[in-house]
Design a protein around this ligand. Structure first.
Ligand code: NDP
Length: 251
């Protein structure tokens, strides 16, 4: 494991369950000081408690990534508790499936505010602290849907996930002078509570078109995020890693 993670302070938005919980677990096991963030304190704290039981350092925090105010309080509280912020994993996201004909402007805004604006706001709130770190890292959870491929019902979702990469590339250029790297992990179909909500038929048909013949584990995304966050990856910025069991093979 990357030793440069030990003692580092990391915020994981959407860390209470699913992929975020996998990321939080992998970082905690590597010795990082983790802040698990979700809109619900009880759930964030319950995941943090699990990490502490396994010997990790973790605390739960309630913040909505659509609220700049919440995120500023989160960043300040993290810096106070852990002495700074080294790594931001901007992972919180939602993926309701609605075809364009039925999609309302309000549905569009809700997904966009959470996934895309939420990424920007999380970065903006943490930036003053990341600038002070000698290992400033931003790792964004994007998706193969949007940047690489498309599925019916996810026009709004795909637009936000592609948009995250546009944001990531500019951020990587603007923050390079601070030594902060900005990268993104593009998961395929990963077994999470959010994916299970799409129904067993979806999960079965998704697994059938993956060469590795199964959904990914949340830790599979955690390990990719860990690489980007490591000191060893200091020269890697503006990049993506696809973690999808071979589902999409770019030309
Ligand atoms: P889950 O629904 O399992 O978990 C989502 C997490 O985000 C929860 O912790 C939830 O907590 C939190 N969350 C949702 N909205 C907000 C908000 N406004 N503010 C703060 N936290 C919020 O989702 P996944 O783990 O499946 O997905 C996580 C990320 O991975 C998303 O960005 C998604 O787009 C991406 N992804 C997932 C894939 C998959 O196959 N699962 C594939 C490709 C990408 P709470 O509800 O308590 O706020």
């Amino acid at each position: 494991m990357f030793t440069s993670i030990a003692g580092r302070s990391v915020i994981v938005t959407g860390g209470s369950k699913g992929i975020g919980k996998g990321i939080a677990r992998v970082f905690a096991k590597s010795g990082a000081k983790v802040v698990v963030v979700s809109r619900h304190l009880k759930e964030a704290e319950s995941t943090a408690e699990e990490l502490r039981r396994d010997g990790g350092t973790a605390m739960g925090f309630a913040a909505d990534v659509t609220s700049m105010g919440d995120l500023q309080v989160l960043a300040e509280a993290t810096a106070t508790a852990y002495g700074g912020i080294d790594i931001l994993c901007a992972n919180a996201g939602i993926f309701p499936q609605t075809k364009i004909e039925e999609l309302s402007p309000e549905d569009w805004d809700f997904v966009s505010d959470t996934n895309l604006k939420g990424t920007f706001l999380s970065v903006k709130a943490c930036l003053p602290y990341l600038k002070k770190s000698d290992q400033g890292r931003i790792v964004i959870t994007s998706s193969i849907t949007g940047p690489i491929t498309a599925f019916p019902g996810w026009s709004h979702y795909g637009a936000t996930k592609a948009g995250q990469l546009g944001f990531m590339r500019t951020a990587c250029m603007e923050f390079a002078k601070y030594g902060i790297t900005v990268n993104a992990v593009l998961p395929g179909n990963i077994a999470t509570e959010g994916l299970a909500a799409l129904g067993p038929e979806y999960e079965k048909s998704a697994a059938a078109c993956i060469p590795l013949q199964k959904l990914g584990k949340v830790e599979d995304i955690g390990y990719a995020a860990l690489f980007f966050a490591s000191k060893e990856a200091a020269y890697v910025t503006g990049q993506t890693i696809i973690v999808d069991g071979g589902q999409i093979l770019p030309e």
